[in-house]
Design a protein around this ligand. Sequence first.
Ligand SMILES: Nc1nc2c(ncn2[C@@H]2O[C@H](COP(=O)(O)OP(=O)(O)O)[C@@H](O)[C@H]2O)c(=O)[nH]1
Ligand SMILES: [Mg+2]
Length: 276
Amino acid sequence: MLGQAEEIPTDARIPSRYSPAELTTAMTAPRVSVVVPTLNESRNLPHVFAKLPSWIYEVVLVDGNSTDGTVEIARQLFPDVRIVGQTRRGKGNALACGFEACRGDVIVMLDADGSANPEEIEIFVDALVEGADFAKGSRFLEGGGSSDITLTRRLGNWFLSTLVNALYGTAYSDLCYGYNAFWRHCLPHIEIDCDGFEVETLINIRVARAGLRITEVPSFEEDRIYGESNLRTFRDGFRVLRTILRERRRRQPRPRLVSADEAVISDSVAPAEGLV
Ligand SMILES: Nc1nc2c(ncn2[C@@H]2O[C@H](COP(=O)(O)OP(=O)(O)O)[C@@H](O)[C@H]2O)c(=O)[nH]1
Ligand SMILES: [Mg+2]
């Protein structure tokens, strides 16, 4: 009836597992899931795991069929690690599978090659607790940097960041960087459907188009300790470019109904129909 608020049927409501006190805890001291994609990183994992903060809730390691004993080493180093397989090849697919397995309130993306410092997780989580939906690492903010990036990659990244900023109205200083963290309520806006290294770009564009609050945090990228990068600058640069252009034609989906548990921490989740 005109002028009358629509009644939401009771059975459309999704109840929360949280009591008010638990809700406050989740907002101020969230359970943090760390997703670690690995492809033959057994020699690097000891360095990475040694620096993981003790307060994280879980480590979800997504292995791409490593042949160097990565999974066994991970289990030895960190018996509680959750090992997840991937359904296809590539870092994008690995992250998609890892995100799906996460049970925390906050999800952190952490490379396993020793280039991302796990001690920085705290800075990312602080940015989220202070109000961001998505905390994006940047090597080009004051306090950040890289000893790993080549000149070609730096130029390509600058060009691709500038293009995304022009097309999507964003202000990214470091588009192609893999160290990010977000509240789990961002997941329905992300829905990864790519397989390769274009995944960070896809995520960055989708969270921006969804109107989520994005904060960049400074991050220092160290050298990969052992082994070589799996990224091929030109091949993967073109995949990123294609993703940037293709995302313009994609209609932003209406996020599916989010349960209170998933939505728990952010008031920026639209108070959707049926959300309790
Ligand atoms: N599971 C999985 N992990 C991958 C794959 N490709 C790369 N990675 C991991 O993703 C992270 C970043 O990859 P890396 O080769 O260092 O790329 P770069 O940092 O862009 O040079 C590392 O932890 C890799 O082990 C893959 O196909 N599957
Ligand atoms: Mg790397």
